[in-house]
Design a binder for this molecule. Structure first.
Ligand code: GTR
Length: 327
């Protein structure tokens, strides 16, 4: 049984010894349940890696937040105690400002625009920006669009969120976005949200449909309103400590397998979005479209000035916007 303490002990020993051959598989963390498309995407990558290295390299995935919250597992990954990690961009916002860009409200016009941007030069620049922080960005996975859900009633206008306690990820950007709408942001780790909703510690949260369904948040918060305010993707990272110990040949195999797993994940994702929606609707959840989405985007504009502060970030925004005209 692997737990955090064991990981820290073995990982630290390996990192300190600077040792070449580690016989065990690479360990990978994910906050989602085993059949979720992000876990299945990494599983697809793992199969390709194993096949392409003749079994020399293997990956073992610890799903369901077994190894801790995304913030905690990221620390382990940077430190070298954990080899691979699939996380959302949000927990990376604090130390790599490039990761803020795809998380900005209403940046992408469509799923296609998001995919084209992440598959292209802006995506590569963001993956590359992680190396100085001890992580090698391997690929992005889809996370669809995040929308608000709550226990009180449908949200049609920002006024409906007024004063509600809305759980957000541990990122200042998310705190600011929810504040800009007049709600009270409550940073909390993913695994605590269900209890928080049931016990009334929070009134709602924001997430994509597959997460809303897989976590059973829909059983506690019965109103899901399609604000689609953020399309921040998921990312798969490898610890740079581990990466540096791979041969160049194996580095290429991991990188290529990660890229090849993206279309596999996207197919699973698209199907999961539909299945999740059908399941929550069948349970009686009330969903609604928002007629005047401009009322949300206008209020959230204030966060752009605060979080887009460098030339590098401004260039990324411009490149992504230019790609928006092409899809
Ligand atoms: C999900 C995402 C997770 C995590 C979670 C959250 O959509 O896949 O990695 O970020 O949201 O809200 O904490």
């Amino acid at each position: 049984m692997i737990n955090r303490r064991h990981l820290i002990a073995t990982g630290a020993a390996a990192a300190m010894a600077g040792c070449g051959q580690v016989e065990r598989p690479l360990y990978s963390a994910d906050a989602h349940v085993a059949d979720y498309p992000t876990v299945q995407g990494v599983q697809a990558m793992a199969r390709m890696v194993e096949e392409r290295t003749g079994g020399r390299q293997r990956v073992k995935i610890f799903a369901g937040a077994q190894l801790g919250s995304e913030r905690d597992t990221l620390e382990l990954t940077i430190f070298g105690a954990l080899d691979l990690n699939r996380v959302n961009l949000a927990p990376l916002n604090a130390f790599a400002s490039e990761t803020i860009i795809p998380s900005l409200p209403f940046l992408f016009n469509s799923v296609e625009h998001m995919r084209t941007s992440l598959d292209g030069a802006p995506g590569q620049a963001i993956l590359d920006a992680l190396r100085p922080h001890g992580l090698v960005g391997l690929c992005f996975y889809d996370s669809g669009a995040r929308s608000f859900y709550n226990t009180r009633g449908p949200v049609h206008a920002p006024e409906d969120l007024q004063g509600l306690k809305i759980r957000v990820q541990n990122s200042d950007l998310y705190v600011a976005m929810v504040q800009a709408l007049g709600a009270n942001p409550t940073p909390m780790s993913f695994t605590e949200v269900y209890q928080g909703l049931v016990q009334g510690v929070i009134d709602g949260a924001e997430n994509n449909m597959p997460s809303y369904e897989s976590t059973r948040h829909f059983e506690a918060a019965r109103y899901y309103s399609y604000s689609r305010h953020v399309m921040a993707p998921e990312i798969l990272v490898m610890s740079k400590h581990r990466w540096d110990r791979l041969s160049v040949e194996d580095q290429d195999i991991f990188q290529q397998a990660a890229r090849d797993s993206v279309p596999v994940m996207r197919e699973l994702w698209d199907a999961r979005v539909n299945n999740a929606r059908d399941r929550v609707l069948a349970s009686g959840v009330e969903t609604n479209e928002i007629a005047d989405i401009g009322a949300f985007s206008v209020r959230m504009e204030s966060v752009w000035g605060r979080f887009v502060a460098s030339d590098v970030q401004r260039r990324l925004v411009e490149d992504i916007r230019n790609l928006g005209g092409q899809v």
